[in-house]
Design a protein around this ligand. Structure first.
Ligand code: SIN
Ligand code: CO
Length: 380
């Protein structure tokens, strides 16, 4: 079946977009989201920036001086003052409309989607010419922003400012984005967006962990997983001529034992699922204030279905299912239901009613933890 063409991608199918643009070249999509309204207004965004559990930054460029302040930010410059920007990360974790917007991009796997950042800029505001290490969709949400972009080779940065700002920015193209317009940029593509009047921009961000970071986390995971019974012994020990030297037979025996540390693709799948579904440090779930008993939960959920909470990340691979940093092995039928829950982020009541006792128990625990809710998306 041919994939649906999307206004979101300017009439391209996701397959075409990924083949021709993803990681390769920028794409400007006029009216990717016709009639688009920002998930939240300026004042709601300012209130979010003051919260302890929200990551935010303030960038000012007053009197030609770049300054950076990290949140929580309870005092912001007046909106009439020019050249400042507020950037709020992970808005999707706290707001349903922002969550729904991020999920429009699920033609890219959840394992790669990071978060929705929303920025507010006063007239002339921006974060300076820079590049990012990740792909990004920059969706204009309110007001106008002028983007200058270029594929530049010289990625050297200024060392006299507290932000990542290119030393020699050489833009090649320039566009003014209106609400609903969107610009896709591949990693390392230089860009500078300047607000023309006050504006709000949404950035759909992706995650691409560094191999070093993955390797270190994997070794920690393996430390909890390895099983090496027994203890060093040397029944054939000879008198030491050089007492400080580590004996060769000791080295050989330990090398044999350490060579037993092996990992399979299954270990890697479990590691990756736990790693990628682990909530960020700022994420706290909201368990129900008056939780139902397990019986009442199952009766209710069997009628109304269940939905993953906004902050839940659920992934799967083979027989393994991962939710919020924990992994499970499920039987074939349970696995099918759990995969449906992960893909659709919703499971119909009839399926819950039909689920095994084990699965109903797991769902109840997740409900108590605030990882899922009874009802469908619109009731979140
Ligand atoms: C912004 O929204 O102001 C910055 C987005 C970016 O350039 O990465
Ligand atoms: Co950027």
């Amino acid at each position: 079946m041919p994939m649906k063409k999307m206004t979101l991608l300017g009439g391209l199918t996701p397959a075409r977009f990924l083949e021709q643009y993803w990681h390769k070249k920028p794409l400007l999509i006029r009216q990717a989201m016709p009639g688009f309204k920002p998930p939240m207004g300026r004042d709601a965004l300012f209130r979010m920036a003051a919260r302890e559990d929200v990551e935010s930054r303030l960038v000012t460029h007053f009197n030609q001086q770049w300054k950076l302040e990290t949140g929580p930010l309870d005092k912001l410059p007046p909106v009439k003052k020019k050249e400042w920007t507020l950037l709020v990360q992970g808005v999707n974790l706290h707001d349903d409309a922002a969550d729904a917007l991020l999920r429009e991009f699920r033609f890219i796997p959840d394992a790669r989607l990071d978060d929705l950042m929303v920025s507010y800029a006063s007239d002339g505001g921006g974060v300076g010419p820079h590049f990012d290490s990740y792909d990004v969709f920059l969706l204009q949400a309110h007001g106008r922003r002028r983007w200058r972009i270029g594929p530049q080779r010289d990625l050297s940065l200024r060392d006299d400012v507290p932000l990542k700002i290119l030393r020699h920015f050489e833009p090649e193209q320039e566009f003014v984005l209106e609400p609903g317009d969107m610009l896709y940029l591949p990693p390392h593509y230089a860009h500078d967006g300047i607000a023309e009047g006050e504006c709000i921009t949404c950035s759909i961000g992706f995650r691409a962990p560094a191999f070093q970071e993955l390797g270190e986390a994997f070794l920690q995971f393996m430390a909890d997983t390895i099983d090496l019974p027994g203890r060093y012994a040397d029944s054939g020990l000879k008198p030491a001529a050089r007492p400080a030297e580590i004996p060769q037979p000791m080295l050989a025996q330990i090398a044999d034992q350490l060579a037993k540390v092996r990992f399979t693709e299954d270990d890697i799948a479990i590691f990756l699922g736990e790693y990628l579904s682990e909530p960020k440090a700022t994420v706290f779930f909201n368990p129900p204030a008056h939780p139902l008993t397990q019986g009442a939960f199952t009766r209710n959920a069997s009628r109304r279905g269940i939905a993953l909470a906004r902050k839940s990340q659920m992934l799967y691979r083979g027989k393994h299912v991962f939710i919020n940093g924990e992994s499970f092995v499920a039987g074939r039928v349970d696995k099918r239901h759990l995969a449906a829950l992960a893909d659709q982020r919703y499971l119909a009541g009839a399926v819950v009613a039909d689920a095994s006792e084990d699965l109903q128990e797991a769902l109840f625990t997740w409900y108590q933890d605030g990882w899922l809710i009874i009802g469908n998306d619109s009731e979140k």
